[in-house]
Write a protein that binds this ligand. Structure first.
Ligand SMILES: Cc1cc2nc3c(=O)[nH]c(=O)nc-3n(C[C@H](O)[C@H](O)[C@H](O)COP(=O)(O)OP(=O)(O)OC[C@H]3O[C@@H](n4cnc5c(N)ncnc54)[C@H](O)[C@@H]3O)c2cc1C
Length: 427
């Protein structure tokens, strides 16, 4: 049997949403594929598990109005009825106190900044929305924020927030990337009460993953629990090895973290200098709701996590579900601790913030490759990725820059990778 008949035209490496989307688009055009995933189930960073009897994402996930690819896919697969838009409000927890931060009135009352800095902040956001990203070429995020918001706003709010979000000093992040994120945030649909409207697929993204899996099953051979250990090339195409098994095909859609790919490619050259951040995220079912806010940024060194997400604002659960999470470097001592120790630290910090917390169930989820570090040279260092290995197209988080890394944007990269292969595979 030829490699083509055995594995289809295309091997898809990784079964997150980029890989699933590529399989879906190829299948729609009648191109068979094999998708290879290391974990026992597909879904990747958007995978879900059952906590206290309800399905939830391992890492908090919401959908924004601009997330066109995922919204269209949900509708196309007949799941639109489950998409629920909620009014959400966010805030800060700074040195022991809560500060709501969703409305102009919240900003006026925001005591961590002086009155002058509150106006500077509002003016900075107004200007950021009207700035052309291209005009910030060569400038880093620290230089830009200090120029637009002033040093005190930068030190008090922006620097710790950016460190929480990206885990690297703002001087390493490109100003254009940050400006794009701020523009995206501030153009989000506002709710009648001044917060942000965000959507959630009721019953969790597992509903979409299951439906997608069902849809692609006829054209895509899905192999889970199959960690790829080696990739070679030959005139037959690519040879992907896992244990005693070998998969061969002329084309590959590669959604693996680039560092993983670099370590498993064997008889051809590929080098990357892209780094990844890790995440350690606790998801808890608790007895009583702790806050009306959906999202809280933590700027308090006595709290061991940096973001608190009140998932109960998004779906109906018999008991509230909350997330506590940290983006970290993989060599951070916290990331190296066992799950139960991290969970205990997170529970202790929740008690510090909210007083009494009665826990029903808690689990820790972590990923060594939660996100690429989008530093200043990221665009240049990933510009020619698809020209590196003939026959291999890259998709996933590595291809979303300068847009946010979301389920929706990686679906877009999966579609684009499939289209490129469809172009290349025509006689
Ligand atoms: C904490 C957190 C919160 C987030 N919140 C949101 C949100 O609110 N909204 C939103 O839209 N997005 C959110 N995201 C982003 C979203 O989850 C990702 O952008 C998306 O899931 C990435 O999909 P992907 O297919 O590119 O990568 P992944 O999901 O990482 O898929 C890659 C796959 O490759 C597999 N793999 C790795 N190595 C091997 C190997 N050797 N062999 C075989 N398989 C391998 C992995 O197991 C994985 O399944 C969040 C992410 C995180 C971490």
């Amino acid at each position: 049997m030829s490699p083509y008949e055995e594995n289809g035209n295309v091997l898809i490496l990784g079964g997150g949403y980029a890989g699933l989307a590529a399989a879906y688009r190829l299948g729609r055009h009648g191109i068979p594929s094999t998708l290879i995933e290391a974990q026992p189930k597909v879904g990747g960073l958007a995978a879900c598990s059952t906590i206290d009897g309800v399905a939830v994402e391992h890492f908090y996930h919401h959908i924004k109005p601009e997330d066109g690819h995922v919204i269209s896919l949900i509708e196309e697969l007949g799941l639109g009825y489950g998409l629920h838009w909620a009014d959400t409000r966010m805030g800060f927890y700074i040195d022991g106190s809560f500060h709501p931060f969703s409305t102009p009135m919240d900003l006026l009352r925001f005591s961590p900044l002086s009155l002058m800095d509150r106006f500077r902040f509002a003016w900075g956001v107004f200007k950021a929305k009207r700035t052309e990203g291209k005009t910030l070429e060569g400038m880093n995020a620290e230089e830009w924020v200090v120029r637009e918001w002033g040093r005190s706003v930068y030190e008090r709010i922006m620097r710790p927030m950016l460190m929480n979000k990206f885990g690297i000093p703002p001087a390493w992040i490109s100003a254009g990337f940050l400006q794009g994120r701020i523009k995206g945030l501030s153009s989000a649909k506002s709710s009648a009460r001044g917060g942000e409207q965000l959507a959630y697929l009721r019953g969790s993204l597992q509903t979409l993953t299951d439906r997608l899996e069902e849809e692609i099953r006829n054209t895509c051979h899905i192999r889970v629990s199959t960690p790829i250990e080696r990739i070679d090339t030959s005139p037959d195409g690519f040879h992907v090895h896992s244990g005693d098994e070998e998969f061969t095909a002329p084309f590959v859609v590669n959604t693996l973290p680039l560092t993983v790919f670099e370590s498993i490619r064997k008889n051809f050259e590929f080098r990357t200098s892209i780094q990844y951040q890790a995440v350690a995220c606790g998801v808890f079912s608790i007895e009583e709701e702790l806050t009306p806010l959906y999202w809280i940024n933590i700027l308090d060194d006595d709290v061991t996590f940096r973001v608190f997400v009140n998932q109960s604002r998004m779906d109906e659960y018999s008991h509230p579900i909350v997330y506590c999470a940290n983006y970290l470097r993989a060599d951070d001592p916290l990331f190296r601790r066992p799950d139960d120790e991290i969970l205990d630290l997170y529970i202790g910090s929740m008690k510090k913030m909210f007083g009494r917390v009665t826990l029903r169930e808690g689990r820790l989820f972590r990923s060594r490759h939660a996100t690429p570090v989008f530093d200043r040279d990221f665009a240049a260092r990933t510009a020619n990725l698809d020209d590196c290995v003939p026959g291999m197209v890259f998709a996933g988080n590595i291809k979303v820059y300068p847009y946010s890394r979301t389920v929706s944007s990686v679906i877009g990269t999966g579609f684009a990778a499939a289209d490129r292969i469809l172009e290349g595979s025509r006689p």
